[in-house]
Design a binder for this molecule. Structure first.
Ligand SMILES: Cc1cc2nc3c(=O)[nH]c(=O)nc-3n(C[C@H](O)[C@H](O)[C@H](O)COP(=O)(O)O)c2cc1C
Length: 396
């Protein structure tokens, strides 16, 4: 009896350790995202290339580089006087997973070469962790780090999300009629007004360099960013996103709620500091009688009169447009002198060299759209898998 108990204990301890080991291994794969439409990304800021492998893309989809390039070009550095001066064409190459312009259902590998590397620019920063960047934390975590450009923490990593997001978006647009549009809401204290979430398009957004559809606010934002770039300083801002045409029923409560997955996706973008869905923090100042979204009949289905919920209730989409806000901090690398300490703790004045974005929000717009696409397509595929299982179980 005693022996059995001991045996039981050792068996369960062993299986506990095996299980834990699996969990640890799974959690170490932190460069993968998604369940059925799953991406794995690779590359550092100044290595030979950055890229992504997509697993789970449906077969038979027409796909060439031309479907992916426009979003990468909206993200690329050096696209305007308001962004970093690093010049990269960011030309994508499809390495696998398609033949004769059609997806095969097998893993799709997408790659972009790094061409304009200047590791020498980072010479004065090797011994000094940049305040509010990731140099110190990467060094503490791995005991080693890429010596220039932020390595993996660099925004170059977002090429992978944008390239794979463009594929997800193509599926969403063509098979499900889902549309995603993001734009710059504010830069510092300068806020925009009058944006109609039902009609806003990427064409309208791209009419201004800063990607804000309110022309008066856009002009003020652009001159503020130009002024700060000239001064060697930086500034933060907010990006809004609307996802239209999402069917009701997406999201996997409890821990895979739609807004939880969207929050994870958005907060995985470098420099993000805040995430709101629907009324967000402003909603906390309202009463229930002001905040509730009454139901009404809309095109033969239940819809809501207002949309303070931001299209998600109980972690599940309700068929209304999904509305998000993502807050970005001022980029950490500034060329103004900053008193700090080096890795040895010696006091130094850091004047960062290199080419840096004075404000990330115009380039963050396609990144936000892409992360949204990755989440929504994955959730659609999960809901369809659930429906297929239900069909099989209930109608054997
Ligand atoms: C599009 C984009 C461009 C960026 N460009 C810069 C830059 O030029 N300089 C910089 O210090 N940070 C830049 N960042 C932010 C850093 O990558 C980020 O702040 C850093 O990795 C630390 O991570 P954290 O801010 O999320 O804590 C950029 C972020 C995005 C989304």
């Amino acid at each position: 009896m005693e022996k059995d108990k001991k045996h039981q204990l050792s068996v369960s301890t062993e299986s506990y350790y095996t299980q834990t080991q699996h969990q640890i291994q799974e959690n170490l794969m932190s460069s993968s995202f998604g369940t059925l439409f799953r991406i794995s990304t690779y590359g550092e800021s100044h290595c030979k290339a950055v890229g992504v492998v997509i697993d789970g893309c449906p077969p038979g989809l027409e796909l060439t580089e031309a479907d992916i390039q426009p979003q990468l070009s909206r993200r690329r550095p050096g696209q305007s006087a308001l962004s970093t001066d690093r010049q990269e064409a960011d030309q994508v190459v499809i390495l696998s997973g398609t033949e004769n312009g059609k997806t095969l259902g097998t893993p799709i590998a997408l790659q972009v070469a790094n061409k304009d590397q200047r590791p020498k620019d980072y010479g004065n920063m090797r011994a000094i962790p940049r305040p509010s960047h990731a140099d110190y934390t990467y060094q503490m975590k791995y005991g080693i780090r890429a010596s220039s450009g932020g390595g993996r923490s660099s925004a170059r990593e977002t090429i992978a999300s944008v390239a794979s997001g463009a594929v997800a978006e193509k599926v969403l647009r063509e098979k499900y009629g889902v549309e995603i549009v993001a734009w710059v809401k504010s830069v510092g204290e300068i806020d925009s007004t009058g944006v109609d979430i039902e009609t806003i398009t990427r064409k309208t957004v791209d009419q201004t360099t800063i990607r804000c559809p309110d022309p008066n606010a856009a002009a003020k934002m652009e001159s503020r960013v130009a002024e700060l770039k000239e001064a060697g300083d930086s500034i933060g801002g907010v990006v809004c996103c609307v996802i239209r045409g999402v069917p009701a029923g997406l999201g996997e409560p409890t821990f895979e709620k739609l807004e939880a997955r969207l929050a994870q996706a958005m907060l995985a973008i470098p420099a993000t500091k805040g995430f709101e869905v629907g009324s967000g923090f402003a909603g906390t100042r309202l009463q229930g009688s002001q905040h509730n979204d009454p139901f009404v009949m809309k095109d033969g289905r239940l819809g809501t009169v207002t949309n303070n919920s931001g299209g998600i209730q109980g972690g599940i989409s309700n068929g209304e447009p999904i509305t998000l806000k993502i807050g970005f901090k001022p980029p950490a690398t500034i060329s103004l002198p900053q008193p700090t300490v080096d890795f040895e703790g010696e006091e130094v004045i850091l004047e960062a060299r290199g080419r840096h974005d004075p404000c990330v929000v115009p380039r963050a717009v396609p990144i936000v759209e892409s992360m949204a696409a990755l989440v929504v397509l994955d959730m659609i595929m999960r809901q369809e898998a659930r429906a297929a299982l239900k069909q099989r179980c209930c109608n054997p």
